[in-house]
Design a protein around this ligand. Structure first.
Ligand code: NAI
Ligand code: MG
Length: 348
């Protein structure tokens, strides 16, 4: 069980440290952690945000625990050298096309949600976000038009096989949950979305037990705050999934709580909080590490098939929150390490 730990930039190392402490406390026989450089930190040491050494490391590992990348010092670098290219590069290089982002309201956080408690308490959803296509990976550029105006462009494109494989992930996830799948697109305007919708409908024939619905992304954004309890599994493209999952995080209290798994067709998986490097609070010991600790639990469940150990971590986090453990993001005063300690104390 080889795990690559890629802490990255900003609060990445701070939150990853706590998740590693939790993993180590489980004393899993045969589990070995290896550290690698990514992001701005890697650029500063190796001249590249995703150095060859790091790619070699992850190729020999069963799973990746990832912190966050993004460094204001690197804002003026050419795009291919920016820290964010490390996570995009890993997703593409390792074929990590399926991003699972669960959002559920923890007991005791009813008042921390941006929504009314009775609306928030119904939230138990899973966003399945496609991660290898869309505008993030389409052709892009900056050009000067004949009349002298600058124009930036990013191409949104999906091939049918890319939609099909993420649709299968969505339907299979729904089969293991409440058997409702909502496919989110913008088929009224975008050709990409028309294809998306057609393919999802084709795939649905293989899952007659799942109730399929379709929603335009603007309506989905509204429904997510109006009545989030209506959603079980949401399947959507890369850009829409990115935005909707940040929105979902505020519905359950904080972005510092949302974990994710990025899966490939093979065995390798990458696990990371949905938040970024949070330069505004980096280095202050203030970041909430729970999203990363919960990502470590997803790693145990999805890559190492250690369900009981994953549940132990999730139960300890739930217990800590129920006992009133709160960082600044949830209106409390506890720092990163103190929150990590609180979880460790509750690991049974
Ligand atoms: P962000 O997610 O880093 O921060 C947004 C807001 O949430 C900030 O106010 C931050 O302080 C707060 N926040 C985030 N995580 C928190 C935590 N664990 N505890 C408490 N508060 C938390 O998004 P932002 O500011 O848009 O991006 C910052 C940098 O991160 C950028 O360079 C961006 O490109 C990068 N980024 C990287 C991602 C990744 O590595 N997968 C994902 C998203 C952004
Ligand atoms: Mg995001």
């Amino acid at each position: 069980m080889k795990i690559a730990v890629l802490a990255g930039d900003g609060i990445g190392p701070e939150v990853t440290r706590e998740a590693v402490r939790v993993l180590e406390a489980l004393r899993l026989p045969g589990m070995v952690l290896f550290e690698g450089d990514v992001g701005g930190a890697a650029y500063k040491r190796h001249g590249h945000p995703l150095p060859a050494e790091t790619l070699e490391l992850v190729r020999t590992c069963d799973a990746i625990l990832f912190g966050a990348v993004g460094d204001p010092d690197c804002d003026n670098l050419e795009r291919h050298l920016r820290p964010e290219q490390a996570i995009l590069g890993l997703r593409k290089e390792m074929g990590l096309f399926a991003n699972l982002r669960p959002a559920k309201l923890f007991k005791g956080l009813e008042d921390a949600s941006a929504l009314r408690p009775e609306v928030a308490s119904a939230i138990d959803l899973l966003i399945v976000r496609e991660l290898n296509g869309d505008v993030y990976f389409g052709e892009k550029g900056m050009r000067t038009l004949p009349d002298g105006r600058r124009q930036g462009w990013d191409m949104m494109a999906y091939a049918e096989d890319e939609v099909r494989r993420i649709a299968h992930v969505g339907f299979k996830a729904a089969m293991g949950r409440a058997r409702r799948l909502c496919s989110v697109d913008k088929a009224n305007v975008l050709e990409t979305s028309q294809l998306w919708r057609d393919v999802v409908i084709e795939v649905a024939r293989e899952y007659p037990e799942v109730e399929l619905s379709h929603m335009y992304v603007d309506n989905a954004a509204m429904q997510l705050v109006r009545n989030p309890g209506q959603f079980d599994v949401v399947v959507t493209g890369n850009l829409f999934g990115d935005i909707l999952s940040d929105q979902a995080s505020m519905c359950v209290g904080s972005i510092g709580l949302l974990a994710s798994a990025s899966l490939s067709q093979g065995t390798l998986g990458l696990y990371e909080p949905i938040h970024g490097s949070a330069p505004d609070i980096a280095g202050q010991g203030k970041a909430n590490p729970l999203a990363t600790i919960l990502s470590a639990a997803m790693l145990l469940r999805h890559s190492l098939h250690l369900d009981a150990e994953a549940s132990r971590i999730e139960a300890a986090v739930a217990k800590a929150l129920a006992d009133g453990v709160r960082g600044g993001d949830l209106g409390g005063t506890m720092g990163t390490a103190a929150i990590g300690d609180a979880v460790l104390e509750r690991l049974t």
